[in-house]
Design a protein around this ligand. Structure first.
Ligand code: ADP
Ligand code: MG
Length: 724
């Protein structure tokens, strides 16, 4: 029987491209058709009920019970008209993915019949059997009393005949067990602080929200090849595999046309996303072969994150129809680019003004500068926390290695704005300035269109791109709520401090605009060290960053310390985003996930090494031995089987090291498992167990290069990476 690799390769050859149905060439005809949005609410609710719900959502107030009842009934009618049979509370537990528990609408009536029911209570609150979601010791597992509660600011939608209701997930005692609760709290704190600062410039601002556009990178691989690789389906990445002769050297994939099979998948995925109201706008190839990217138009941040979580789920479902598997892992293949998720972030007022967009007048520019400089200061003050918020076992492969972007948090502004800040720093706005004309000289002119818009520095983890900041260090599989909660909360705290500092000067008799400039000038000076315009991948930068005193924490267990530092404790308590208990619980959950993922990888390496790789290598070696014996029997000279002997010996070396390294790794794992303290355990896994992954892989990949191709059991990189 052919080995599993050849069966898989055979399957790939038989692929046909499924027909993709597009509802209409006009996207506006079907955009959001599967979403219970305002238009549908208006249609299915009475005018008063509709107004009631809109008001509650806009003001962020709880929805009264009788109103919930009406909304539930309307949702049910709408969902059933679209063929839905079940409903679920859809939430984002700390496992990283989304979770659902489906219930049918139908209820028995007791007389043998049944009716379809969906009550206000069922809409508003649910008790999922949540005992096995991570809670870092907050929720006693015996209690299992976490509950989900409706988030009316994110509309319900239908997926797979199920009405999905976006919810938060909290413990019975009210502690956050998900990603949404802290995000909403951070946005609340940000809103208050930002509105206060806006009032220096514009009294009409009532609300400030963050906007977010998430660019999502991913790899595609044929499902048969995926299934022939236990490392891929158990860990999401290849733990072995020699680099393909051709990979991304020519960078021809980036500019090449999208393969037809992939194009069909993309069209299908986009259609489904658009039906769900996800405004997908761009698609293109990425640098590595079989790597792609899609990006939506930016949205209000809570919705943008829900949509990204939904999109990741959707991609996986749609890929199955096309016999693909989507790899969202940050580093599926060693030796070629990994995947990220660029978070494009800005602040928008209720009137739609982008606070990070330079304006036409000096006054507007001062407003822009206030938010711009405070963002830089916030990131400078809490760079370690931002680093922690993107830390994961997967992302360590990108951030620690020489691949975009480094673990050092720095900010790229582009030469124009960088020069501008330098100019302000050295300007002479320090004493009381009575003359307005003199004051405005202190603010250099900012052109509305910044020339660095397109000319960006791709090596920077946090770059200003014209009218928004782009956090580029987020991992492709991450929930953006983690870094976005941190970015918004540090911004909230910073803006509060800014107001305090400015008000203090005003009280001392300083003119408002002068006070604003003096404080900004001070912040520019204080946060200067985090600004970096050069190549973030270079070794010189590592050295310079160290000299500047910037942190460069390469691994997750240590990066996570920032979550529980005294400074962060104060930040979280003051802004109300996490209680101390919640922050510490989260820290524990993340460490737990970190070491468990390494533990799984270690086990998979051991199993594949012993049960798949070594048997294949030994089988080939035996063939060679047989051959040598035959040649010897013929009485031939030793020189005639020199090559065979050479291969046999080389293989023996690699085989022995693979075997002994796996044994040593198992011992290291056993030791690590006995460590009680979770941080120590995670560090031990990182420093004592993980290094074996590299050495074992090295020798396995050497064997791959020696063994007869027809006897090698695992799909090779060249087969995984090039879509036929
Ligand atoms: P790139 O060149 O990096 O691919 P684009 O300029 O097309 O980027 O933008 C990438 C993402 O940034 C898109 O999702 C886009 O909607 C988003 N974006 C644009 N403006 C804003 C904004 N003001 N706030 C948040 N995101 C934005
Ligand atoms: Mg980008």
């Amino acid at each position: 029987m052919a080995n599993i690799r050849f069966q898989a390769l055979q399957a790939v050859l038989t692929r046909s491209i499924p027909e993709v149905k597009i509802p209409s060439p006009k996207i506006s005809d079907f955009f959001g058709a599967n979403v219970f949005d305002k238009t549908k609410m208006k249609e299915y609710l009475s005018t008063e009920a509709f107004q009631g719900i809109v008001n509650s959502v806009e003001k962020g107030e709880p929805i009264p019970r009788d109103l919930a009842e009406q909304v539930a009934s309307a949702m049910k009618s709408w969902a059933m008209s679209k063929g839905a049979t079940h409903y679920t509370h859809w939430f984002q537990p700390l496992t990283g993915s989304t979770a659902e528990k489906h219930d049918a609408f139908f209820e028995p009536t007791g007389d043998g019949g049944a009716i379809e029911r969906f009550s206000g209570d069922a809409l508003a609150q649910q008790e999922p059997d949540a005992s096995s979601f991570p809670s870092g010791g907050i929720r006693n597992t015996f209690e299992a009393r976490g509950y989900t509660a409706w988030d009316p600011s994110s509309p319900a939608f239908i997926m797979a005949r199920t009405l999905c209701i976006p919810t938060v997930f909290v413990s019975y005692t009210g502690e956050a067990l998900d990603y949404k609760v802290p995000l909403l709290k951070a946005l609340n704190a940000l809103d208050k602080a930002a509105v206060d600062v806006c009032h220096y410039f514009d009294k009409s601002v009532e609300k400030v929200n963050a906007s977010l556009g998430i660019e999502q990178e991913y790899f595609l691989v044929d499902i048969a090849l995926f299934n022939a690789r236990p490392d891929l389906y158990l860990t999401g990445r290849t733990l072995f595999g020699h680099i393909s002769a051709k990979n991304q050297q020519l960078e021809d994939h980036y500019f090449g046309s999208i393969p037809e099979r992939v194009y069909a998948f993309m069209q299908d995925m986009e259609t489904e996303a658009l039906l769900l109201g996800i405004p997908l706008k761009t698609r293109h190839n990425e640098v590595a072969p079989s790597q792609f990217e899609c990006a939506p138009i930016y949205e209000e941040i809570n919705l943008a994150i829900d949509h990204n979580q939904l999109l990741m789920d959707l991609m996986d479902r749609i890929a199955k129809r096309h016999n693909f598997k989507v790899l969202l892992h940050e580093k599926p293949y060693a030796g070629i680019n990994g995947s990220g998720k660029h978070n494009n972030w800005s602040l928008i007022t209720n009137a739609g003004k982008n606070l990070l967009s330079p304006g036409k007048t000096p006054k507007n520019n001062l407003m822009f500068l206030a938010f711009f400089v405070n963002t830089i200061k916030a990131v400078y003050e809490h760079a370690d926390l931002l680093r922690a918020s993107i830390a994961s076992v997967n992302n360590d492969h990108r951030l620690g290695a020489n691949e975009a972007p480094p673990a050092i948090i720095s900010i790229f502004l582009g030469s124009q704005l960088n020069d501008l800040l330098d100019e302000i720093e050295t300007s002479r706005i320090s004493k009381k300035i009575k003359d307005d004309a003199l004051l405005w000289q202190g603010i250099p002119k900012i052109p509305q269109i910044l020339k660095d818009n397109t000319d960006r520095n791709r090596t920077s983890p946090f770059a200003f791109t014209g009218n928004k900041f782009e956090l580029r260090a987020v991992g492709s599989s991450a929930n953006s709520a983690s870094p976005m909660t941190i970015l918004n909360v540090i911004m909230a705290e910073q803006l509060k401090k800014f107001k305090y500092d400015v008000d203090k000067l005003i009280k001392k008799g300083e003119k408002k605009d002068v006070a604003l400039l003096i404080v900004l000038k001070k912040y520019i000076k204080e946060s200067k060290n985090i600004r970096f315009e050069g190549n973030g991948y270079s070794e010189e930068w590592e050295k310079e960053a160290e000299a500047r005193g910037l942190a460069n924490v390469k691994t997750t267990p240590k990066a996570l310390d920032a979550f529980i530092s005294d400074k962060s404790d104060i930040l979280f308590e003051e802004t109300g985003v996490f209680t101390r208990r919640e922050a510490h619980a989260r820290h524990e959950i993340l460490l737990d996930a970190f070491y468990k993922k390494l533990q799984i990888e270690a086990r998979v390496i051991g199993e594949m090494g012993i049960n798949i790789i070594l048997p294949a290598a030994i089988a080939y070696q035996s063939k060679l031995v047989e051959n040598v014996r035959g040649l010897k029997d013929l009485g031939l000279d030793k020189d005639t089987y020199k090559a065979q002997l050479d291969i046999i010996t080389k293989m023996a070396e690699h085989i022995n090291i693979v075997k002994s390294d796996i044994e040593a790794m198992v011992d290291a794992r056993k030791k690590a498992n006995t460590i009680e303290n979770i941080r120590d355990k995670a560090i031990d896994y990182d420093e004592k167990v993980k290094p074996y992954f590299q050495s074992i892989r090295y020798h396995v990949d050497k064997l791959e290069q020696l063994v007869d191709d027809s006897m090698w059991p695992l799909p090779k990189f060249r087969e995984l990476l090039f879509i036929k």
